[in-house]
Design a protein around this ligand. Structure first.
Ligand SMILES: Cc1cc2nc3c(=O)[nH]c(=O)nc-3n(C[C@H](O)[C@H](O)[C@H](O)COP(=O)(O)OP(=O)(O)OC[C@H]3O[C@@H](n4cnc5c(N)ncnc54)[C@H](O)[C@@H]3O)c2cc1C
Length: 376
């Protein structure tokens, strides 16, 4: 069987694979190096909604934002608190928009190939990676991989929860939604086994994505989600609606130490590289920053360093422990965080952009006893 050689091979053409490709081909030192992106299924047909907060200056993907909000709302049993988040904004990119944008780039670059082949195994021969697929063999010296195995990660740590969510994109005849703010967390819903909240992205007065999210080790049933969603819609908007789409997924929440390199020595990217913040499930901006870094390493012929562990990993572990073993306390802490600390400070902290001093001020507003207990 013939082997086709590429300068760069990216396993997985999802969020991380596409962002890396984008950074590579827009790098000042890019000279038309050949790139192959291999993805087993046409994930780009799946509907995901990527949201993230960012400073109001230009965001690298601003040209494809579908919606942007200047305010966010948090729901408490006593009512909602909507606040402007300047200098941040909360923005949304539909997965269809994201993939259309990147597939257009692939079309414009004859040196980039994209295939839906299935990777069977990867070997390393000296500096060459040999990738066996169901339709042939390819080789490269620069291999990036977004493949990971959830089962083996879950079996290697005792702290593995899932951020599970189920939502409907709905259309209402009457203009019922207040499209000025996205609801990040509405804790006023009935709590299930883990911390549970509703998430609302109002695209217009008639059109919104409404999701029920739960942080739990066990899987919630579809019946549970549908029931909670119907009740939430009825309580808040009580009007007829049409379901346009369903989104149902699970994101890992774990203290597992993801490594920079895979077992075969490929450079891990995306979820496989621990880019999903374990306590929030957000990854889009972290993947962006990592892709910029990896493109620089590639063109400067540098080997990326193994990840170092910051204090944020420690904070994440404390919160994960509370979420797993004391969900009621975790719920109280999350609500206190948004009640007592400005939304901007919370967002900066979740972005791992805060200083130690700012963190001390933030922790001072929370029930310290629960955190201290988790230390032991
Ligand atoms: C439904 C959903 C909504 C999310 N929303 C947000 C959000 O709003 N904001 C945010 O910041 N983060 C969000 N995330 C988290 C994170 O941004 C995404 O999971 C992101 O897609 C991770 O990027 P990735 O490239 O690692 O994985 P993916 O985008 O899932 O891409 C991995 C790709 O690899 C392919 N693949 C995997 N294994 C194989 C194999 N063995 N052979 C061939 N191909 C393979 C898959 O087909 C897939 O296309 C969300 C996650 C989910 C699941």
């Amino acid at each position: 069987m013939n082997t086709t050689n590429y300068d760069i091979v990216i396993l997985g053409g999802g969020c991380a694979g596409m962002q890396l490709m984008h950074q590579l081909i827009h790098h000042a030192k890019y000279k038309g190096e050949s790139i192959l992106i291999l993805d087993a299924d046409k994930t780009y047909l799946q509907s995901k909604s990527w949201c993230f907060w960012h400073s109001s200056n230009v965001h690298p993907y601003q040209s494809i934002f579908n919606t942007t909000w200047n305010s966010i709302s948090i729901g408490f049993p006593e009512g909602n608190q909507e606040k402007i988040i300047e200098p941040y904004r909360y923005s949304f990119i539909k997965s269809e928009t994201f993939f259309d944008f990147h597939f257009d780039e692939i079309k414009q670059h004859p040196n980039i190939d994209y295939t839906n082949d299935v990777v069977t195994h990867v070997e390393k021969n000296g500096s060459q990676f040999v990738i066996h697929t169901n339709s042939g063999i390819v080789s490269t010296t620069a291999l990036y991989s977004s493949f990971w195995n959830q089962q083996s990660v879950a079996s290697e740590t005792n702290l593995f929860l899932k951020q599970q969510f189920f939502g409907w994109e709905i259309y209402t005849e009457q203009p019922v939604f207040k499209a000025t703010a996205a609801t990040l967390m509405d804790f006023s819903i009935e709590q299930a086994e883990g911390v549970t909240f509703a998430y609302v992205l109002p695209y217009s007065e008639n059109h919104a994505l409404i999701e029920i999210t739960g942080f739990c080790a066990e899987a919630y049933s579809i019946d549970f989600f549908e029931d909670a969603l119907k009740k939430y819609i009825q309580k808040n908007w009580n009007c007829p609606y049409t379901i346009l789409k369903t989104e149902h997924a699970s994101i890992p929440m774990t203290n597992f130490v993801f490594k920079r390199f895979t077992r075969e020595g490929a450079i891990a990217i995306g979820t496989a590289a621990g880019m999903v913040k374990p306590t929030t499930g957000y990854a889009f901006n972290r993947i962006y920053r990592d892709s910029v870094l990896l493109a620089n390493h590639f063109f400067n012929k540098e080997v990326p360093a193994e990840f170092t562990h910051t204090r944020f990993k420690f904070y994440d572990r404390l919160l994960l422990q509370l979420l797993k073993y004391h969900p009621n306390k975790a719920l109280f802490i999350l609500m206190q965080l948004f009640r007592k600390v400005s939304y901007q400070h919370v967002l900066r902290f979740l972005d791992e952009d805060s200083t130690l001093f700012q963190e001390a001020l933030l922790f001072a507003k929370l029930p310290k006893k629960d955190f201290i207990k988790q230390l032991f």
